[in-house]
Ligand binder design. Sequence first.
Ligand code: ABU
Length: 479
Amino acid sequence: MGTTARGSAPGGEIEEMLDAHEQLAQRIVDREAELPPRSPGALPDDLRPAAAGRPLAAVVEALGKVLDRTPSAASPRFFNQLFGGRDRAATLAEMLVPLTNTSMYTFKVAGTQVLLEQEVLARMTRFAGFPDGEGSLTPGGSLSNLLAMMIARNEALEHAREEGVGGRATAVYTSDQGHYSIRKNAGILGLGRRAVREIPSDHRGRMRVEALRSALLRDRADGILPLMINATAGTTVLGAFDPISEIADLAAEQGVWLHVDGALGASALLSPQHRGLLEGVDRADSLTWNAHKMMGVPLSCSALLLRRRGLLTGHLNEQADYLFQADHDALNPGTRSIQCGRRNDALKLWAAWMHHGDEGYRQRIDKLFALARHAARRIAGDPAFELLLEPESINVCFCVRGHSSPALCRTLDQRRVLKIGHGMALGRRAIRLVCVNPDLDETAIDAALDSILETAASLSPPTGGTISESGSCGANNVV
Ligand code: ABU
């Protein structure tokens, strides 16, 4: 203790690094109220590594230039994605992660961080209603879904882990509003993208259970093995919740793995007011839950939770005696993860949960839902807008009458007014306002909506194009 190992960086360089970090962090915060200039195209020469290195001060200067051109998801003008805002406790913890440069495979290397990870995963499994469950943090919702699909595949095809799928025709079911990772993962896992059945959704964007039943029975009759049903809790565009309880009944009756993709919506489990949206999730076999969405933890922080303990070891464990040398496997998460070297995503989630507690998180989730309801009321009350439907969670989908949603979003971006996107839902192409930043209030939401109308009004004649079947909104139905 107390001695400085030979070869560690001299104190002056550490101070220079920390000072620069503070200055650059402040620069981000000072500028994020406005969106940066859009500067696609070639990287300037002074931002390219060269044969000769540069002093740290030059790198700091280059970093400043990069940051000046980078949008911040904490900006009050950012509504583009299913994440946004800045959680102070989580961000503070995240900024410390590279200083220890922990890899989360063994207790020997990661120390107490392993226990923190186990603690947050246990907390999530309890909220999911998996008292004997387990979990793993992954690099994102797509990877959590991949892990769930791999386990579902191996459980249904007992030789798959050792021998592969072997040409067996299989099927995976998700709604037509489900996330694209289900298709992508089917390709990755050797099932083939065509194995994915996109089940029609209803007028609220929820999977039609009778259509699911028909598809399942049809496949069985054709000798195709149903591997997994994916119910979505919080669809990407509408934020809709599939009827998990009804789907769980069908999955149990048919003996099919039920996965819930709650990347967006599982955080509603933290709110007694909204957790009913996931009723039946405790009967699912697996659940994806992204803490980097409604829980506000910096990207990325996703969990795959399993109702039965032991599946992760059973489907992921490998011998590696150069790595797993100390401690029981229970303390070595590398025996249960999809990655080998694995960054520490637990510390930021643990810090946020320490700071907010369950009660703070309840308030946060309730606030986000309330902001979305406010936006929907405001949109429904203004004839210039058309609300697609009442939001079920935090995504508010709407159009500006007579305007193309893609063209309007493009103009809002080019003029640095708002970062906001659009999506197809219920046969329409709508603007999607994601109310995921709890630092915003109703006034900020109103300001964003006002700026959309002002920008639309400045586009005269409307940003039309051709009339399209997939259409946008209103009488002029232009795209
Ligand atoms: N995987 C999340 C989808 C990205 C987004 O719509 O924000």
